[in-house]
Design a protein around this ligand. Structure first.
Ligand code: C5P
Length: 225
């Protein structure tokens, strides 16, 4: 059966990764959370006291960073590893949330991450979510989705997710962080977040998981057949 590339882009906390993971599982495709890569790089800078605004620090970091994903198909998890260390449990802390969009706005860092993301494309059969996947990483993807949801609903979802992870957070802090990240992501010079011209918009504010999946699988099957 023909295999395709599916891209899911959109604002923070619209449920992109959750949807991408479910679609990948259903189609037996590889799921790649590109945001986890920018988060891992940010974690590395913070942990090693490096400054992403200093070009020498950026060059040094990128030379030393090797990123990998570890998939557990039974559990449906994909953990990010940096230089062999599984840091999945550390990349969603507020310290990373707070800085990741600044780090992801640096040209050299984006070039590095995009090259890593494109390495996955040789075999197709990929679902990748992020901010520039349909516009920059896979501009020829067969199915491009631009996911949106009501801002208050997004705050609520991120709040519940972080509480589930056992983090101490309050809604106001999350609201401010989402607004800040969306602002930086849409206003940066290098590949800002925008809907690809040929992307379909999906607003999932009032959709159940099943309704959302049915819509996306319908679109995917149209392209696959
Ligand atoms: O998707 P997630 O919220 O985990 O992404 C974290 C941050 O990484 C985003 O706010 C954005 O700044 C950056 N990002 C990006 N391009 C991508 C994926 C994520 O700039 N393709």
């Amino acid at each position: 059966m023909k295999k395709i590339i599916i891209t899911i882009d959109g604002y923070s906390s619209c449920g992109k990764s959750t949807l991408a993971k479910q679609v990948a599982k259903e189609l037996n495709y590889v799921f790649v959370d590109s945001g986890a890569m920018y988060r891992a790089i940010t974690f590395y800078f913070i942990q090693n006291n490096l400054n992403w605004e200093n070009i020498e620090d950026v060059a040094k970091a990128l030379k030393n960073i090797s990123l990998q994903f570890e998939y557990n198909y039974e559990k449906g998890t994909s953990d990010i590893l940096i230089n062999g260390e599984n840091i999945e449990g550390k990349i969603r802390d507020m310290s990373v949330n707070d800085k990741v969009s600044e780090v992801a706005a640096i040209k050299e860092i984006r070039e590095f991450a995009v090259a890593e993301q494109q390495k996955n494309s040789t075999d197709k059969g990929i679902v990748m979510d992020g901010r520039d996947i349909g516009t920059v990483v896979f501009p020829k993807a067969e199915l491009k989705i631009f996911l949106t949801a009501d801002p208050e609903e997004r705050v609520e979802r991120r709040y519940n997710q972080l509480i589930r992870f056992g983090k101490e957070v309050d809604r106001e802090e999350i609201r401010k962080n989402l607004e800040k990240r969306d602002y930086i992501d849409t206003h940066r010079k290098v590949s800002p977040l925008r809907k690809a011209d040929d992307a379909v918009i999906l607003d999932n504010t009032d959709l159940t998981t099943k309704e959302q999946m049915d819509i996306v699988l319908g679109w995917a099957n149209e392209k696959i057949k």
